[in-house]
Design a binder for this molecule. Structure first.
Ligand SMILES: Nc1nc2c(ncn2[C@@H]2O[C@H](COP(=O)(O)OP(=O)(O)OP(=O)(O)O)[C@@H](O)[C@H]2O)c(=O)[nH]1
Ligand SMILES: [Mg+2]
Ligand SMILES: [Zn+2]
Length: 336
């Protein structure tokens, strides 16, 4: 709409309010009625790669009317303009569909700026190497909490078991009752493939743990660049620099992300974490108001006194570790 048009409209309203010419939106912007649905596969400095339902890839920018509304990988959008997919043509994203889920993190726990990592994921796989780089349980716990908060199913993928067995991590995370898979020398177990089928799974973890290696094993055509881990520092090289979604051959999507150092949880309400543990939540009916579930007066503490079985002890300890991960100092100071 030009400036002159807008001015005329205002005049109309002022002078003859009852007789303003009706101008249906569809006539004003006929192209929006023809908008086509697409999914965002990559984002690179304001340029988006989209894929239409028929599999056509196209490039697009955000239409001005979207304003500050963020568009991230996984978003379902409506796109207008040249949607032929020809190189050198650009379409415009005019609408963002409602999101099924929004995975966010903040740089640290006091950072008010939330970064949306990905939209519409149904599962989050925390990828952790048994060694090279050394596992850090803080990041695992925090990523699990962020997933639970966002209504995304968490799972663990433990890589490099050919270099070091996963026993310690398996013992630590077993009681949480979330799916755990191990990867021996880059070989993807069938059970992991089955769990990823027809879902939209985002991979999250430190640099060098093998996220892109896993993507390449799952999607032979992916050709994701992989790096190596520095033998002296034990750190990855931050080989992947942007979020990329890929289709799995059997259906579903896998989303590769750049390695992260920490997972700030400033935006998370840990009160929601316990909902993911139905058996434990059922025991919290007699908790004091606003119980953190990590305190002496908590009903879980008395439940433990009644039933001090190893299973319950470990399960409650695991839940409380997750709850505490929100207030523990994040692995900030640790370098990438
Ligand atoms: N021995 C062994 N090496 C692995 C395994 N999985 C991955 N690697 C190696 O680990 C290194 C890092 O792998 P990447 O896939 O680049 O790691 P990434 O998580 O994508 O790292 P960023 O992109 O930096 O976040 C590469 O040299 C891989 O070959 C495994 O199961 N066993
Ligand atoms: Mg990578
Ligand atoms: Zn409680």
């Amino acid at each position: 709409m030009t400036r002159q048009h807008r001015h005329l409209d205002e005049d109309d309203v002022r002078v003859r309010p009852g007789r303003r010419k009706a101008r249906p939106r569809s006539k004003e912007r006929p192209e929006h009625a023809e908008a086509e649905p697409a999914v965002v596969m990559t984002v690179d400095r304001g340029r988006f790669t989209l894929e239409k339902d028929d599999g056509t890839e196209l490039y697009a920018v955000k239409a001005r009317e979207l304003g500050r509304k963020g568009i991230v990988v996984g978003d379902l959008v409506d796109v207008v303009g040249d949607v032929s997919g020809d190189v050198d043509t650009q379409a415009r994203i005019v609408r963002r569909q409602e999101r099924r889920s929004t995975l966010r993190r903040t740089a640290d726990d006091t950072d008010p700026v939330e970064r949306v990592i990905v939209a519409n994921a149904t599962q989050l796989a925390v990828v952790t190497a048994t060694t090279d780089p050394e596992p850090r349980t803080g990041l695992i716990d925090r990523a699990v909490v962020a997933a639970l908060d966002a209504n995304i199913e968490p799972m663990l993928v433990l890589t490099k078991t050919d270099l070091k067995p996963a026993d310690e991590l398996l013992a630590l995370y077993g009681p949480l009752d979330i799916p755990v898979f191990t990867i021996d020398d880059r070989r993807v177990p069938d059970a992991l493939r089955a769990t990823l089928a027809d879902e939209s799974t985002v991979l999250v973890g430190h640099s060098g743990v093998g996220k892109s290696t896993l993507v390449n094993a799952l999607v032979p055509a992916a050709d994701r660049l992989t790096g190596h881990v520095n033998a002296v520092t034990g750190r990855g090289r931050h080989t992947s620099t942007s979020v990329v979604a890929l289709h799995l051959p059997g259906g579903g999507m896998i989303i590769d992300t750049p390695g992260i150092r920490s997972f700030g949880l400033a935006h998370v309400d840990v009160g929601r974490v316990i909902h993911a543990f139905g058996d434990l939540e059922a025991m919290t009916a007699d908790c004091p108001r606003a119980c953190s579930h990590d305190e002496e007066e908590c009903a879980l503490t008395s439940a433990l006194a009644d039933d001090p079985s190893d299973e319950l002890v470990e399960r409650i300890a695991s839940l409380r570790r997750l709850i505490r991960s929100r207030t523990d100092a994040p692995d900030q100071a640790e370098a990438d």
